[in-house]
Ligand binder design. Structure first.
Ligand code: ADP
Length: 787
C-alpha cells in the first residue's frame, strides 16, 4: 500500500526504488503487525510491484521471464524480511515475558520471605496467579504431624462452604491433593470434566470450577503438603505454565517449611516462657487458690483461649476454682454457665472423667460429634458449645502423691492453632507442678492447722489422747497426762495399754467400733501413785486410729456424791427429832394413860429440845442457801469476844450431856473485836456443839481466848475423836463429813464447819484446825480487833 502511495507521489519512480520502498513497507508491516500482516504486505507488495512497476505496466503477466523472476525474487525477499521481523518480534516478546516472569517471581519471593503464616504464603502465591489472570483461587493443605491427615491451612478465593467438612481429610482419600502428596507429582486438569473423570469421588465438590492444578509441596525430598490453583476458565497447561506453577510450588514449599519451623520455634519458646512464668508463680505463694487463678489468667490468650482449673473438694464434689478468658465478660458468662451446669462427678468425659481416671483427655480437633457427646442430650448446652467455635482441648489431671486433686483445662477456639502433642506435654508438666504446689500448700495448711490444734489442745482442760490403729500413743496433751497421772515425755510410741495404768478399762468401756464413736462413760481410774480419780471418757475412731477425750470428773462426782449424801443425811437428821417430837405428842395425847406432871414436863421438854434441833438443822440449810446466794447481810459492830464466848458457853451448859465440862479461859485485857456478833456467836456455837458431839466419851471442852496481833484468837479445844490430818481442809467443805466409822455414827449435816468458815472469812477472819485421831481437836478462830 505504502509502495502504491509512493509511486503515485513520485509519478514515475524506477522499479528498483519501488522494489526497495515496497520491501520497507513489508518490513514495517511485519515489525508492527507480526507474521500475518507481514504476509499480507508481502503479497500486496509483490502484486503492486508486478502490476505497477514491472513492464508491461498495469498488467499482471510480465513481459519476460527475467521480469517474472524479478517479481518472484521480490516475493521471496519480502517474505523473508517479513519472517525475519516476525522472528525478531517473537524473540523480543519472549524476552519481555521472561523478564515479567522473573519480576513476578521476584515479587513473590519477596512476599514469601516476609510470610510468617501459611495464609500469607498462599496469598503471596495466589495473588501472583490472579495478577497474571491465571488462578482464581488457591488452597494449601499440609500433612499433619500424624503423617496421615491433610489439613487445609489456608484458602483464598473460594466460597466458604467449599471446605465445610473438608478442613481435614485422610491422605489416602481419593482426592487430587492426596494423590499429589502421596505420589509427589503435580496434577493438571484442563477442565472440570477431566478432574471428575480422574477423581470421581469428589465430582461436584467445590462447585463449578474449571481448570485445576494441584502440586505437591516438597522440601528436601519430603512432601509436606500440596497446593491447589483453581482457574475461572478452562486452561491449556503448556510447558511454560506447568513450569511456572512448579516453581511457585517449590517456593511455597520452602516458605511453608520455614514458616513451620518459625511457628514451631515460636510455639516452643512460648511454651517454655509460659512454663517458666507459671513455675515462678506457683512457687511464689502458698495461697494456691489465688495462684491457680493467676496461672489460668497467665495461660490466656497465648496458650489457650479458655483456661480453667477445677479442684476436688473433700466431699468429692468438683469446684471450679478459676476460669480465664481474655474478655472479662466472657469469664462472667462462663462462671454463670458453670453454676447452671455444675459438673456431674460421674460424667463419662471432661473434667470429672479426668479426675476420676487420673488420665488426660486430649482432643486436637473438637469435632461436632464430640460436642454432641459432651452435651449429653442437652440441646441448649449443645447450641452454646457449638457457638463457642472450639477447636482443640486438653484436660490434664492434677495428681500429687497418687491422689487426684483436680484438673487443668486448656481450650483453643477456631482463631488459634490446634494443640499438638508438645502442648499436651506442656500441660502435663504444668499440671504436675500445679498439683505439687496445691499439695504443698495443703500440707502446709494442715501442718499449721495441726499446730493450731496442738496449741489449743495444750491449753484445754480436757485430756486428748490419740492412738494409732495398733493402739500405740501418737500424741496426747498435758491435760491427759495430768488426768492419767503419767509422765508426758515417755509415752509416745508406747502401747497405751502397757504404758498407762488403767488404760485397759478405758479401752474396754470406751473403744469405738471402726468409724464409730462411743461414750462418754464415767470410770474410776487408779493413777500410778494410787490416787483414784473419776474420769469421763469417749472415743472416736477416725480411720487411722482412735482419739480419746478424757475429763476429770472426780470433783463433780464428789460434789454429786456429797449432795446425795446430804439428802440422805438431812432426811435422817430431820427424821430423828421429828420422830421424837411425834412420839412425845402421841404419848401426851393418849387418853388411856394419865401422866404425872413431871412426866408431862419431861415430854414437853423433849418436844422443845427436838424441835429446837429441827429448827437448828433447817436454819443451817437455809443459811447455807443464803450464803451460796450471797444474800446474807453482814452487820459489823464492836463487841467483846470474851462476853460473847461466855454467852455461848452458858447456853450450851443448859443441855450439856453427862461427862462433858465446859471451861472458858480468857485474860481480862482482850480488846473488842469488829464483826457481826450474831454470826460469830453462830460460829463458836457450832464449834462448841461439835466439840461436845465428837467427844462421845466425854471430857473437857476448853475455850481459850487471847490476842494474836491484830486478831482476837478463840480456841475451842476438845479431847474427843480427833480428825485425820489429810481431812483437815475438807471438813470445811460443804456437806463434807468424815467417815461414819471415824465419827462413830454421830449425826450431822456436814454444813456446820462450812458455814463457820464462810462467816469467819466474811468478817476478814480465819479458821483452822489442829487435830489427830484419838487426841482431840483444836479449832482456832481469829477475828480482827476493832480499831
Ligand atoms: P457435822 O454436821 O457433820 O458436824 P460439820 O461441818 O460441823 O458437820 O463438821 C464436819 C465434819 O468434821 C464432821 O462430820 C466431823 O467428822 C468432823 N468434825 C468436826 N468437828 C469435829 C471435832 N471437834 N472432832 C472431831 N471431828 C470433828
Amino acid at each position: 500500500m505504502a509502495a502504491l502511495v509512493l509511486d503515485l507521489l513520485s509519478n514515475r519512480p524506477s522499479t528498483q526504488v519501488a522494489g526497495f520502498l515496497l520491501l520497507l513497507a513489508v518490513a514495517l508491516a511485519a515489525y508492527l503487525g507480526g507474521f500475518w500482516p507481514g504476509l499480507v504486505g508481502t503479497v500486496l507488495a509483490t502484486l503492486s510491484l508486478d502490476f505497477f512497476f514491472t513492464p508491461p505496466r498495469h498488467h499482471f503477466i510480465p513481459d519476460s521471464g527475467g521480469e517474472a523472476a524479478g517479481v518472484a525474487l521480490f516475493f521471496v525477499v519480502a517474505l523473508l524480511i517479513s519472517q525475519l521481523f516476525e522472528h525478531r518480534r517473537f524473540v523480543q516478546r519472549q524476552a519481555e515475558a521472561a523478564s515479567a516472569r522473573a519480576n513476578r517471581l521476584q515479587a513473590i519471593t519477596a512476599k514469601l520471605a516476609e510470610a510468617v503464616t501459611p495464609q500469607q504464603v498462599l496469598d503471596a502465591v495466589v495473588t501472583e496467579g490472579v495478577e497474571a489472570a491465571e488462578a482464581r483461587a488457591g488452597a494449601i493443605g499440609l500433612l499433619m504431624p500424624d503423617g496421615e491427615t491433610i489439613e487445609i491451612v489456608a484458602a483464598r478465593g473460594y466460597e466458604q462452604r467449599v471446605f465445610v467438612g473438608w478442613e481435614t481429610f485422610p491422605l489416602v482419600a481419593e482426592t487430587p491433593m492426596g494423590a499429589a502428596i502421596r505420589e509427589r507429582k503435580p496434577f493438571f486438569f484442563e477442565t472440570s470434566a477431566d478432574r471428575d473423570a480422574a477423581f470421581p469421588s469428589i465430582a461436584g465438590v467445590g462447585g463449578p470450577s474449571h481448570a485445576l492444578a494441584i502440586l505437591p509441596l516438597v522440601v528436601e525430598g519430603r512432601a509436606i503438603g500440596g497446593i491447589a490453583f483453581t482457574f475461572p476458565t478452562e486452561v491449556h497447561f503448556d510447558a511454560e505454565r506447568r513450569a511456572l506453577k512448579t516453581t511457585l510450588a517449590q517456593h511455597a514449599a520452602q516458605a511453608l517449611d520455614r514458616v513451620r519451623l518459625y511457628e514451631a520455634e515460636r510455639a516452643q519458646r512460648l511454651r517454655m516462657t509460659f512454663l517458666a512464668d507459671a513455675s515462678e508463680l506457683l512457687g511464689s505463694s502458698l495461697d494456691y487458690e489465688t495462684t491457680l487463678s493467676q496461672l489460668a489468667r497467665l495461660a490466656v490468650p497465648e496458650m489457650a483461649t479458655w483456661c480453667s482449673v477445677d479442684i476436688l473438694g473433700p466431699d468429692g464434689s468438683i469446684q471450679r476454682l478459676a476460669v480465664a478468658h481474655e474478655d472479662p465478660e466472657r469469664v462472667s458468662w462462663a462462671e454463670s454457665l458453670g453454676e447452671e451446669y455444675p459438673p456431674d462427678p460421674d460424667a463419662p468425659m471432661g473434667v470429672p472423667n479426668v479426675i476420676r481416671t487420673m488420665t488426660a483427655e486430649f482432643f486436637p480437633d473438637i469435632t461436632d460429634d464430640l460436642l454432641v457427646e459432651a452435651a449429653q442430650g442437652d440441646e441448649r448446652l449443645l447450641e452454646i458449645v457449638r457457638e463457642l467455635g472450639l477447636r482443640s482441648a486438653i484436660t490434664v489431671p492434677l495428681v500429687a502423691r497418687g491422689r487426684a486433686l483436680g484438673a487443668l483445662s486448656l481450650i483453643r477456639d477456631e482463631g488459634a492453632p490446634r494443640y499438638t502433642e508438645l502442648d499436651l506435654d506442656l500441660a502435663s508438666e504444668l499440671a504436675r507442678r500445679s498439683a505439687s504446689a496445691v499439695d504443698n500448700a495443703s500440707l502446709y495448711r494442715e501442718a499449721e492447722r495441726r499446730g493450731d490444734a496442738s496449741r489449743a489442745l495444750a491449753h484445754v482442760d480436757d485430756g486428748v489422747v490419740l492412738l494409732d490403729q495398733d493402739g500405740a500413743v501418737v500424741s496426747f496433751n498435758p491435760a491427759a497426762a495430768r488426768i492419767l497421772g503419767v509422765d508426758d515425755s515417755a509415752l509416745v510410741g508406747e502401747t497405751a495399754v502397757g504404758a498407762i495404768g488403767g488404760w485397759s478399762e478405758i479401752e474396754e468401756n470406751a473403744k469405738p467400733e471402726p468409724g464409730d464413736t462411743r461414750g462418754p462413760v464415767t470410770l474410776p481410774l487408779v493413777q500410778s501413785d494410787g490416787d483414784e480419780r473419776w474420769i469421763s471418757v469417749s472415743g472416736v475412731d477416725f480411720g487411722d486410729g482412735v482419739v480419746y477425750a478424757l475429763r476429770d470428773v472426780t470433783e463433780e462426782r464428789r460434789l454429786e456424791r456429797a449432795r446425795s449424801d446430804f439428802v440422805a443425811t438431812a432426811s435422817h437428821e430431820l427424821r430423828t427429832p421429828l420422830a421424837a417430837v411425834l412420839g412425845a405428842v402421841k404419848t401426851l395425847r393418849r387418853d388411856d394413860v394419865s401422866f404425872e406432871p413431871e412426866q408431862r414436863e419431861e415430854l414437853m421438854e423433849m418436844i422443845d429440845r427436838e424441835a429446837e434441833r429441827l429448827s437448828g438443822i433447817v436454819a443451817q440449810i437455809l443459811l447455807t442457801g443464803q450464803l451460796d446466794a450471797g444474800r446474807l447481810p453482814l452487820q459489823v459492830e464492836r463487841f467483846d469476844p470474851v462476853a460473847l464466848t461466855q454467852d455461848v458457853v452458858d447456853s450450851a451448859e443448859l443441855h450439856l450431856p453427862n461427862g462433858i465440862e465446859l471451861r472458858v479461859e480468857a485474860p481480862d485485857d482482850i480488846p473488842p473485836v469488829a464483826g457481826d456478833a450474831n454470826q460469830l456467836r453462830q460460829v463458836i456455837s457450832n464449834l462448841v456443839d461439835n466439840a461436845i458431839k465428837y467427844s462421845p466419851q466425854g471430857g473437857d471442852v476448853e475455850l481459850r481466848l487471847n490476842q494474836n496481833g491484830q486478831f482476837a484468837r478463840i480456841e475451842v479445844v476438845d479431847a474427843g475423836l480427833g480428825i485425820p490430818r489429810d481431812e483437815h481442809e475438807r471438813i470445811f467443805e460443804k456437806f463434807y463429813r468424815l467417815d461414819p466409822a471415824l465419827t462413830r455414827g454421830v449425826n450431822g449435816t456436814g454444813l456446820g464447819l462450812y458455814i463457820s468458815k464462810e462467816l469467819v472469812e466474811r468478817m476478814n477472819g480465819r479458821i483452822s484446825v489442829d487435830s489427830e485421831p484419838g487426841r482431840g481437836s483444836t479449832f482456832v478462830v481469829e477475828v480482827p480487833l476493832a480499831v
